[in-house]
Design a protein around this ligand. Structure first.
Ligand SMILES: [Zn+2]
Length: 323
């Protein structure tokens, strides 16, 4: 039994503790900047007014919003070259980028008799220091499908196609204006190698051959949405930049996703850049059981995986300075 005085004392102590916890919670929330719905300019203003030493940030990368972009793309149907979905996704990307304050240009070309439409998003006329890129096309044939009767069907491309595009679009909405000049490039016709009359990475080859650039770094994101995401060092990637990115991830608590061990050696959209002596990194999880199957659908992708990659690239880009 407690007497009245003891009860009062006890209650006071508890309310005091509650106040401290609530205060600490609010403070941490303010410090790390909860995501607000306003994009672009508001975020930039917040960033520039943030004082040194305070970790206040502009709008942060939102994996949940990126996940919706994965679903939106898959809902358009296959984005195979020349298809309705292919034209539709391009127009949608242009609208999303423009409403986030980016200027969009199409780089049109042709390879092996196929038209190529790469999309380039910029925020200034300055030469790009960083290029983030992903392919937006999907594959004509799910030739890895365990069900032989489905191998001529197109790949839905939730992870292989849509996930990279989604991360780029969310970066477009949230990267601080103060970031060194960035281009976001959406490559066409990456994914139809080993199909009669086609080859891999046609869009990025055309881009590198026809557009003169000298960025510090090119970062490709491809198949980075797998709910069971394991990102190993890709063997051909630039070692300095890949270490920087994986270190950034570790610092942010994504060390379980970004694993600092080499695994696969890829031919991907980073290859043409490397061949030209431009430092490039391929961020890819090539241990995806649904690769080039009809089961590459949004339920295999998670907002958390998109968040890990997007948040890492956001912080890495924001920390980079001009040369
Ligand atoms: Zn593919």
């Amino acid at each position: 039994m407690m007497n009245k005085r003891a009860v009062v004392l006890y209650l006071t102590l508890i309310s005091g503790l509650l106040l401290i916890v609530a205060g600490w919670y609010t403070a941490s929330f303010l410090t790390f900047g909860a995501g607000t719905e306003s994009a672009g300019e508001t975020a930039a203003v917040n960033f520039t007014t943030a004082t040194a030493g305070v970790t206040a940030q502009p709008e942060s990368f939102d994996g949940a919003r990126a996940y919706i972009d994965v679903q939106t793309q898959v809902d358009m149907g296959p984005r195979t070259p020349g298809s309705e979905g292919h034209a539709q996704v391009r127009e949608w990307m242009r609208e999303e980028l423009e409403s986030a304050g980016w200027t969009v240009e199409f780089h049109e070309s042709e390879r092996l008799g196929h038209p190529i439409y790469n999309l380039i998003a910029k925020r200034s006329s300055e030469q790009p220091q960083i290029i983030f890129a992903a392919h937006y096309d999907t594959r004509f044939a799910a030739d890895n499908d365990p069900d032989e009767s489905k191998r001529t069907q197109p790949v839905p491309g939730a992870n292989d196609g849509a996930s990279g595009v989604a991360v780029l679009l969310e970066l477009a909405r949230t990267l601080p204006e103060s970031t060194i000049p960035v281009w976001l490039v959406f490559f066409d016709t990456e994914d139809n190698g080993r199909i009669e009359g086609w080859d891999w990475i046609l869009g990025s080859r055309a881009f590198v051959e026809e557009i003169s650039i000298q960025p510090q770094a090119v970062v490709i994101v491809d198949m980075i949405g797998d709910a069971d995401l394991n990102l190993y060092y890709e063997k051909n990637s630039d070692k300095t930049i890949r270490a920087e990115i994986w270190e950034t991830a570790a610092r942010l608590g994504y060390g379980n996703v970004f694993i600092q061990t080499e695994k696969h050696s890829m031919l991907d959209d980073h290859t043409p850049f490397l061949e030209k002596g431009i430092p490039a990194v391929d961020i890819i999880d090539f241990d995806y059981p649904y690769w080039h199957t009809t089961a590459d659908t949004p339920d295999k992708v998670s907002p958390e995986s998109l968040q890990a990659v997007g948040d890492t690239l956001w912080h890495w880009a924001a920390s980079r300075t001009g040369e």
